[in-house]
Design a protein around this ligand. Structure first.
Ligand code: GDP
Ligand code: MN
Length: 342
């Protein structure tokens, strides 16, 4: 039982935004981290970084989600680190596990063939739990009971780093500027993991023309007006976004369409391309925002503000020379060209 091993701290209820009378205005927002108990050290580093660089001045709450119960040690450490402003949830089994309408033989074959194709990234080619995670992040995190009272979220993963002081509140920025989805890094996907995805997206577009936004970002996803997908996507390990969009009719129809096909298990569809395709098609391009000022690191990839002024003001610790922005495998140049017209 939790209580018996966590006597040295007293959990307190989350303060609601309204009850925080001092300090800056808060958006209706939360941080969210999906983690395993074994991610404790990495989670500590990531939360410590975002607290130091941003959240000690704001006090936004945290939601930690896991497919099994968090250990009392995980809860104890995260509660202290977040100033007792954290909630811990278990993911309902039908939001996490492979649905029973997936043909296990076909899924097993698919995992083997991805291994044979030497898809190395994340060691995830053969993993069922990785596929559960991708499906959960695509269609379910915003349905978790602990997320219901919030509109905005900022996704954080264990071991990520924040390299600069974040001087303006990104949630309020999003709200005040009518943004829906914010990113820092955009990359190409491994084609083998999403072989049939674009065909199903194309079907969806013709079945649901009502969901396609005018002034959308198809021009970012495709160099030939949608015939083929260039695999560019926003890296979803960092996301600041509006859950009303994921909860709304366009995305609900889109996720159900894709989930029924089973590509999360018959291939290895990631939540990043799924989210990215959705925001690119169902939103106006001006509703998507690149956060230049947020220095960010995931594994070996980082975004560091290239603007000298922003880098100095943010007292950034990252090396601009190593920023991924215009690396050969980054889609940022494509994004810039797309946003600057033509
Ligand atoms: P990558 O960024 O695509 O390499 O994937 P990660 O291994 O970083 O996983 C993405 C996120 O999901 C991280 O926040 C992980 O902690 C979390 N995650 C991955 N697999 C599991 C799992 O089986 N259980 C839980 N609870 N979290 C997981
Ligand atoms: Mn990761």
């Amino acid at each position: 039982d939790d209580e018996s091993t966590s006597s040295s701290y007293t959990p307190r209820p989350n303060p609601s935004p309204e009850s925080q009378s001092s300090g800056p205005r808060l958006a209706n927002a939360t941080f969210v981290m999906l983690a395993r108990n074994s991610d404790l050290d990495g989670a500590m580093r990531a939360i410590r970084a975002i607290e130091d660089r941003f959240n000690t001045r704001h006090g936004y709450p945290y939601v930690f989600l896991n497919d099994v119960e968090f250990s009392s040690e995980f809860k104890r450490r995260m509660s202290v680190l977040t100033g007792f402003n954290a909630a811990f949830g278990v993911i309902p089994s039908d939001h996490w596990n492979q649905p029973d309408w997936i043909d296990e033989n076909k899924a097993t074959e698919a995992r083997k063939s991805l291994v044979a194709a030497k898809v190395k990234y994340g060691g995830a080619a053969d993993s069922v739990s990785y596929r559960n995670m991708c499906r959960f992040n695509s269609g379910f995190f915003f349905k978790h009971p602990l997320m219901q009272k919030y509109r905005w979220y900022w996704r954080i993963e264990p071991n990520v780093q924040f390299h600069c002081n974040i001087l303006n509140d990104p949630f309020l920025f999003m709200e005040e500027n009518n943004k829906v989805y914010g990113f820092t890094i955009t990359v190409y996907e491994i084609a083998a993991s999403i072989r049939s995805l674009w065909g199903h997206v194309t079907d969806f577009i013709s079945q649901h023309p009502e969901h396609i936004a005018e002034d959308n970002s198809m021009g970012f996803l495709s160099g030939n007006r949608g015939k083929t997908y260039n695999t560019c996507h926003f890296w979803s390990n960092f996301e600041i976004a509006d859950m009303d969009f994921w909860r709304g009719p366009a995305y609900t129809d889109f996720f159900e369409h894709l989930d029924k096909i089973g590509g999360f298990y018959y291939e290895r569809w990631g939540d990043a391309p799924i989210h990215s395709i959705a925001v690119s098609l169902f939103l106006r391009k001006d509703q998507i925002h690149f956060f230049e000022e947020i220095g960010y690191q995931h594994d070996d990839w980082s975004h560091c503000p290239l603007s000298e002024d922003i880098w100095v003001k943010g007292r950034c610790s990252c090396d601009q020379k190593h920023s991924f922005d215009y690396d050969g495998s980054s889609c940022k140049r494509r994004w810039d060209r797309f946003m600057n017209g033509s």
